[in-house]
Design a protein. Structure first.
Length: 424
């Protein structure tokens, strides 16, 4: 009886904040532990989360929800440890790229039956491709897609102009991009961070020559999907860029400092850096914009994309936890999230709203997502060993430093990636 009452409540809260059946109000008190990323538990993001919680409680007054912010590593470690000790939070966030690890330790409930029980109008708010990220096989669904990102390239317009480059002229392809880098170096500036230092940067450049099927792994055969010829082309690009780099990585504070101080032309990263650059524009006059990551041809673009998800833990509170997860991922909530924080999310109905499309950063992110590759697919199927990511950066650095040819580096990389997957 409780499950049926909660499903009635799910439909009401997820679609219209309507009054729930009086029987829900009579349920015994329930406390949900809700874990989120640390930046979602502070400032405007926290205020909005608290608003969602209070709205949900209007139809579920018996439910108390405690929200806790966790750093990326602490979030995953806590969820894995909680699965082993029986102390999992009831509902929580994480990235789809660690979904397989969480599913393997039993941290995630299969919510397929709950999902199918939702009204079609609710389910249709999400693009089938995003639902597929949470659904590794038929009748198995481990999450509801939540927020997300696509990476693109920030450009320092002052640096470009100092190098005699017209920012209004689009970068055509890798050859054109390298030509600009040469001019930037001649002007005494750095063009780009060292893209061989993180696996994300390696993937962002490689996706400028490869297709979606040329990335990730086939866990059934334990083989990488990296194409050796296309990876060789990307490795050559790393070598060609080497003399134009700052020596810092995409994630270093020093990289942002160089960009803000007009010493660095390009920074490939996600929308989370924009608040820092926007503040610098107000305080110190930084002039910048953002464009898609150039590819080997004018039609191809680089960059990676991914999603954060809302997961529900197995256990006695799973039904009401799913009701809350369904509520916060509904269009009305996701639209407010996007408008307040300029943060992309997986709710297609919210993302297509005119009020969202009018925001320049959101428009850029939506375009980046349409062109980028998933960061480490497939999701919820198998876990990538740490050696997999390390091999990508090691081979890229070796070729960039001249220790290997692009062809030898690509061949060695594919062989090493396969061996890494086999050993698990």
């Amino acid at each position: 009886m409780q499950t049926n009452r909660l499903r009635l409540g799910i439909c009401a809260v997820a679609l219209a904040i309507a009054a729930a059946p009086r029987s829900v109000w009579a349920d015994p008190p329930v406390t949900l532990e809700y874990w989120v990323y640390s930046d979602y538990a502070q400032g405007d993001a926290l205020k909005l989360q608290q608003t969602f919680i209070e709205e949900f409680r209007k139809t579920h007054p018996n439910v108390t929800i405690n929200i806790s912010g966790k750093g990326d590593d602490d979030l995953t470690a806590g969820e894995v440890a909680g699965a082993a000790s029986g102390t999992l939070p009831d509902v929580f966030m994480n990235g789809v790229d660690v979904g397989a690890s969480l599913a393997q330790v039993g941290a995630l409930k299969n919510i397929y039956a709950d999902w199918i029980a939702m009204p079609k109008e609710y389910r249709d708010q999400f693009h089938p491709d995003t639902i597929a990220t949470c659904t590794p096989k038929p009748a198995t669904m481990y999450c509801i897609p939540y927020t997300g990102f696509g990476t693109f390239m920030y450009r320092n317009l002052t640096v470009l102009k100092a190098a005699g480059i017209d920012p209004a002229t689009p970068i055509k392809d890798w050859a054109d991009w390298l030509s600009q880098m040469q001019k930037i170096k001649a002007a005494g500036k750095f063009a780009i961070p060292d893209e061989t230092q993180t696996w994300q940067s390696v993937a962002e450049i490689y996706s400028g020559v490869a297709g979606p099927d040329d990335w990730g792994a086939d866990f059934a055969t334990k083989k990488t999907r990296v194409d050796p010829q296309k990876f060789a082309a990307a490795l050559k690009m790393f070598k060609d860029m080497k003399s134009y780099t700052s020596g810092t990585s995409r994630n270093d504070q020093a990289t942002k400092d160089l960009f803000i101080s007009n010493q660095l032309a390009f920074h490939i990263v996600g929308p989370w850096v924009d608040p820092t650059y926007e503040q610098a524009a107000k305080q110190s006059g930084l002039q910048y914009d953002y464009v898609l990551v150039p590819g080997i041809t004018p039609e191809q673009h680089g960059g990676i994309k991914g999603y954060e998800f809302i997961g529900v833990a197995p256990g006695k509170n799973a039904d009401v936890a799913f009701a809350f997860a369904a509520y916060i991922t509904d269009k009305n909530q996701m639209l407010r999230w996007a408008k307040l924080l300029s943060r992309f999310n997986a709710n297609q109905a919210a993302m297509s709203d005119p009020s969202v499309m009018s925001q320049s950063l959101m428009k850029m992110t939506i375009s980046a997502v349409a062109n980028a590759h998933f960061n480490m697919p497939p999701y919820f199927v198998g876990s990538f060993p740490n050696c997999y990511r390390q091999i990508l950066t090691d081979k890229a650095a070796a070729v960039a430093d001249g220790d290997m040819s692009p062809q030898d580096g690509a061949k060695d990389a594919v062989e090493s990636l396969n061996k890494c997957l086999e050993q698990g």
